[in-house]
Design a protein around this ligand. Structure first.
Ligand SMILES: [Zn+2]
Length: 215
């Protein structure tokens, strides 16, 4: 079966994908890491992507979906997670058509719903060591001494991305883009909504139930 995961940064999509990989042999596919692989392997599609990256441009949907299709055709498993592949309404059709061409389809869409407040707690308490890039979280994974890197003793800094104002802006942007995507899959009766503010185990149990019921 093919699952599509949708949700904001910090909603636990990657953690849950890893659990499904371990317990049910799913293969987790995110386009970001596929593109990095293509670039590392110096394939034709990879070189085209690198050109765009180097010019400071986004990799086009055309290229992303060509890479995705190539990878899906090479996979010999039926259990696949498309992780964050559909981020706007245009990509709904691109994904559907690309999958149809290779005889596949999305079976279920799992939306990791996270309240803004919870997302801000998760994302805006991240502090980074400027020397070795170790990331700490003041609530979930604090350094032994406040504001100081455990490994090298440097003073921790907050990256621009992780400041509350930036996190809020990104969340709003995500919500605006995601809303019509979620609405589309809801109308198609494909949508399963999950309260992503629950614990990893609770969310995992919910996904387990969804997958079992669908199989
Ligand atoms: Zn450090």
């Amino acid at each position: 079966m093919i699952l599509l995961f949708i949700g904001p940064k910090g909603s636990g999509k990657d953690t849950q994908a890893a659990i499904l990989e371990k317990n049910h042999g799913f293969v987790n596919i995110s386009t970001g890491s596929l593109i990095r692989d293509e670039i590392r392997n110096k394939t034709e599609l990879g070189m085209k992507s690198k050109e765009l990256y180097d010019a400071g441009k986004y990799v086009t949907d055309e290229l992303v979906f060509a890479i995705l299709r190539k990878h899906l055709e090479e996979l010999d498993t039926e259990n696949i997670i498309l992780n964050g592949v559909v981020r706007n309404t245009e990509q709904i059709g691109l994904t559907r058509d690309m999958l149809a061409e290779i005889g596949k389809q999305i079976d279920l869409v799992v939306y990791f719903d996270l309240s803004d407040q919870e997302a801000i707690t998760r994302l805006s308490n991240r502090w980074t060591c400027p020397v070795d890039n170790t990331v700490y979280h003041t609530v979930f994974d604090p350094p032994h001494q406040e504001g100081i890197c455990d490994k090298c003793g440097s003073k921790l800094v907050q990256r621009e991305d992780d400041k509350p104002e930036a996190v809020k802006n990104r969340l709003n942007e995500d919500r605006t883009k995601n809303a019509p995507v979620i609405e589309h899959y809801r109308e198609q009766n494909m949508l399963k909504e999950i309260d992503a503010s629950k614990s990893i185990d609770e969310v995992s149990a919910e996904i387990e139930a969804i997958v079992t019921e669908a199989q």
